[in-house]
Design a protein around this ligand. Structure first.
Ligand code: ACM
Length: 414
């Protein structure tokens, strides 16, 4: 059941009933900047979306502790859409029409972003989307903070083809992101002389036994690598079933863009070891901004176990929004957009910048492999922020700017 959530500044959030009024902190002046927050804390994508909610809350705390925006604090209006796709659109409408909000942060699954999009555009509101996605979209009302395919699929494919082989098997959850992401990946793999020898989809609610047929086919077809676009709880079930049926990730790894630290923590190190993820950020990279981020995150939430690239994207997007709000003094979409386009920020992953050409973000690109303790170890990275190319205008594997090299920074011992 979707619901509004109480939020208490400086402490853990807790669930509340759905109410038509703003819950949470009382601003002394009563004139806080209200920001809508739509991340699921229940349902199939709760593990990753809770990490995004935490990223948003931590950034808001930091902004408010530093005096807010011209003395006015940022106050979240939080709903839990409970991983129900339609609820995201309905709650976005409610935020804009009943809660007096003009700026919303939210969504993990692309299907949920597609629900929010027409609502935001109709009312000319501003939406921050801090999640990797399939690309081939542009809205003047969206600031895209996650990786587009040229920033993650392309480096991942070239790494896999160089290190594991050219015969790919695709497994995904059955919705728009996996199907579109696989379409893009197939093109990249073919461009590199490879082939896709299987493509299967499971429901979003896939349980441990729902992968039996797929794993049988994998054993029979013997691909060099599995590319997974399974999301949410299905991810945990897939990797655990793979461990039981095929063994660990040593010889034929599962490579993914949607498996992160939070899912690895849930599935356990044995199921995760040897598998590969491409992302702009991994929790243990050693940048000064990441050390500060993790320290404050641990203090706020008691653990860094669920810190992911999507959490980090939400965190830096909130700070970039606050900077734009500071510049403009208004939540007017057109003025905020103008302030955000071309803006940069020293994020935990490294410097990021919003591309004025397409509202996507210049991001780092890294390939991480899970070690036996369940920690990602960065194997290779591009080493500079990559310009987003959401429509893959530059032919993927010919893009010289995506050359992978050994990482320059070390890793933080968590
Ligand atoms: C996704 O659905 N964009 C992960």
């Amino acid at each position: 059941m979707p619901r509004q959530v109480k939020w208490h500044p400086g402490s853990f959030f807790r669930f509340g009933e759905v109410k038509g009024t703003i819950m949470g902190l009382s601003s002394p002046s009563g004139n806080a900047w209200k920001v809508g927050v739509l991340f699921s804390q229940t349902g199939v994508t709760a593990v990753i979306e809770k990490s995004q909610l935490h990223g948003a809350l931590l950034a808001m705390d930091e902004i408010n502790e530093a005096g807010g925006i011209d003395g006015r604090e940022i106050r979240p209006v939080i709903y839990d859409p409970a991983s129900v796709v339609k609820a995201y659109g309905e709650l976005a409408e409610r935020l804009l029409t009943e809660d007096g909000v003009n700026v919303i942060f939210g969504c993990y699954m692309s299907s949920t972003r597609k629900e929010v999009l027409p609502v935001i555009e109709r009312r000319n509101a501003l939406f921050f989307y801090p999640t990797l996605y399939e690309g081939f979209e542009y809205s003047p009302n969206v600031i895209y903070g996650g990786a587009a395919p040229n920033q993650n699929s392309v480096p991942l494919a070239s790494y896999l083809m160089e290190n594991y082989g050219i015969r790919f098997y695709f497994v995904g959850s059955d919705y728009i992101y996996p199907r579109e992401s696989n379409r893009v990946m197939r093109t990249i793999v073919r461009q590199g002389g490879g082939e896709v020898i299987g493509e299967r989809y499971v429901s979003l609610e896939a349980g441990p036994d729902d992968f039996d047929d797929i794993l049988r086919e994998i054993r029979q077809k013997q691909p060099d690598v599995i590319f997974s676009t399974v999301v949410g709880t299905g991810t945990i079930n897939l990797y655990q079933a793979y461990l039981r049926a095929v063994g660990g990730g040593g010889r034929v790894p599962i490579a993914s863009l949607t498996t992160n630290e939070a899912e690895v923590a849930e599935m356990g190190p044995e199921a995760a070891a040897g598998h590969i993820t491409a992302a702009p950020y991994f929790r243990n990279i050693s940048t000064p901004a990441n050390r500060r981020f993790l320290e404050r995150y641990r203090k706020r939430f008691g653990t860094v176990a669920d810190v992911t690239s999507c959490c980090e994207a939400t965190y830096f997007q909130m700070h970039m929004f606050a900077n734009a709000l500071r510049d403009t003094g208004t939540t007017d979409t057109d003025r905020l957009r103008a302030a955000l386009q071309g803006a940069d920020f020293e994020a935990p992953q490294g410097r990021v910048k919003i591309d004025p050409d397409n509202n996507h973000t210049y991001l780092q690109s890294r390939i991480g492999k899970v070690d036996e303790h369940g920690e990602y170890v960065v194997e290779l990275e591009v080493g500079w922020p990559i310009k987003p190319d959401p429509y893959l205008v530059v032919p993927a594997l010919n893009d010289w700017s995506l050359r992978l090299m050994p990482p320059r920074g070390g890793l933080i011992n968590l």
